[in-house]
Unconditional design. Structure first.
Length: 458
């Protein structure tokens, strides 16, 4: 029986099940849910809204993990979408920018109020405050296994509506009925209270004096912690990665992220020799012709005067006598692929977002990157979200589906385009077990090669 007939074993569900996006750039205000898989590829025409779709995650990360999580951080280290006026759809200050995601528990074994497999959807609709001239109002939307509510917050995270308790009470009572959403729940003293059946001391966790406030606090803290945990696992690599400097100052921060431009790559590899060895193994598999060596100063006088620093050197393995060279002495492609290899092998059970991994690398290597992505998903448990224009990359992934290396259900191919009104929309392109797109590429995408080959013959 062939690998195709056997089929690949399905991977666990991804950490982030879907993106919630609305009102950002070319995306219209009514928010949409964009499905994700363990391996998600994003294609589309230029300026169709692909980068904005990715920005939903990076923008949410830099906002929620900032000092003011309920005030949109539109300009930051991860992403800069300009001012609110520039970022909101059609520059309409009466509209909202909605960012959110659907996920399950990032720590399934944790003892929490919500069942581990309950789908949590949290989204934030950021609106312009015309009085104070800033994006200081937020509507927080929460959906737990299909039970939903929303509240308006100010920039400090304070609830604004007067009927806040009534909203929470209705929401929590709905959850109490949903056994599949929360562990077994029971009333206490005839009052509307939710309590864990396995709690020996309810007063120690959910106060009997104010049951509504107690459960609200417990649920809010859990959702806040889970959202922060999910967002902290996002590693974003932008479309242009920086060349390593001739020397890189070392830190004591213990980076687990190479940075949006790969600027921390040297520091990461210096602090993790095992990772460096694995990266070099993949350099060999990819046929790059180089291996990385991290060089540090041996002179104490240099260290005392220049501080701790390291140099990322390249060993040219194509020569009989390998030579050590600077990344700045070789083609630009090495500097573009290195952070991708490092982050793909370093992240574990995280979300790795890569824009245009094919930049400055030749077609054979573009295809081989597909195998690296599959390795990261299957062996490291990562979720990969890749925006690309590379036909070679997608053909490699479709081939691996056909060979039974990865299941078609674990690959989501998203095609982004704009409608007649200039608004972005997304289509998921289904793939069968033979690695074929069931309905083909929309809009003639990737047809250029065929046209160039046959154009003069017809």
């Amino acid at each position: 029986m062939s690998a195709n007939e056997l089929g690949a074993q399905r991977l666990p569900e991804p950490l982030v099940r879907h993106i919630v996006l609305g009102g950002l750039k070319s995306w219209d205000a009514p928010p949409v849910r964009i499905p994700l898989a363990p391996m998600t590829l994003i294609f589309g025409q230029n300026s169709a809204g692909k980068s904005s779709m990715i920005s939903a995650l990076t923008l949410l990360r830099q906002t929620i993990m900032s000092e003011r999580p309920f005030e949109l951080t539109s300009r930051g280290e991860l992403v800069d979408v300009g001012s609110f006026r520039l970022a909101v759809h059609d520059h309409d200050l009466d509209s909202a920018i909605t960012l959110g995601l659907g996920f399950t528990s990032p720590n399934p074994k944790a003892n929490t109020l919500l069942s581990a497999d309950t789908l949590r959807e949290l989204s934030f609709a950021y609106t312009w405050d015309s009085e104070d001239e800033w994006a200081g109002r937020t509507r927080f939307n929460v959906d737990l296994g299909g039970y939903a509510t929303s509240f308006e917050l100010d920039s400090e995270g304070h609830y604004l509506p007067e009927d806040e308790d009534a909203q929470w009470r209705n929401f929590l009572e709905s959850l109490a009925v949903a056994r599949e959403v929360m562990p077994p729940l029971s009333p206490l003293g005839g009052r509307s209270i939710i309590t864990r059946s396995d709690y020996d001391d309810p007063a120690g966790g959910l106060s009997e004096a104010d049951p509504l406030a107690a459960i609200r606090l417990g649920l809010s803290v859990q959702l806040s912690n889970e959202l922060s945990e999910v967002l902290s696992r996002i590693a974003y690599l932008g479309p242009i990665r920086a060349r390593p400097d001739r020397t890189d100052s070392l830190t004591t921060s213990g980076y687990k992220y190479v940075g949006p431009e790969g600027e921390h790559t040297t520091d990461v590899l210096y602090s993790d020799p095992a990772l460096l060895a694995e990266v070099n193994e993949w350099f060999d598999k990819l046929g790059l012709g180089y291996r990385i060596k991290i060089v540090t100063p041996v002179s104490e006088e240099v260290k005392m005067t220049a501080g701790d620093f390291a140099v990322l050197g390249l060993i040219d393995t194509r020569d009989e006598t390998p030579n050590l060279v600077s990344p700045r002495a070789v083609g630009y492609g090495i500097s573009q692929i290195t952070p991708i290899v490092v982050q793909s092998l370093m992240s574990e059970r995280g979300v790795v977002i890569i824009e245009q991994p094919e930049v400055h690398i030749h077609p054979r290597l573009q295809a081989s990157v597909g195998d690296l992505l599959i390795h990261s998903v299957k062996e490291r448990g990562n979720q990969m979200i890749v925006e690309t224009h590379s036909e070679h990359l997608v053909l490699r992934l479709l081939r691996r589906i056909r060979e039974g290396v990865i299941a078609p259900e674990d690959v989501s191919i998203l095609y982004v385009d704009v409608d007649s009104h200039g608004c972005a929309y997304v289509r998921r392109l289904d793939v069968d077990s033979d690695g074929d797109l069931i309905e083909g590429w929309p809009g003639g995408f990737f047809d250029e090669r065929l046209e160039e080959v046959l154009g003069t013959r017809w």
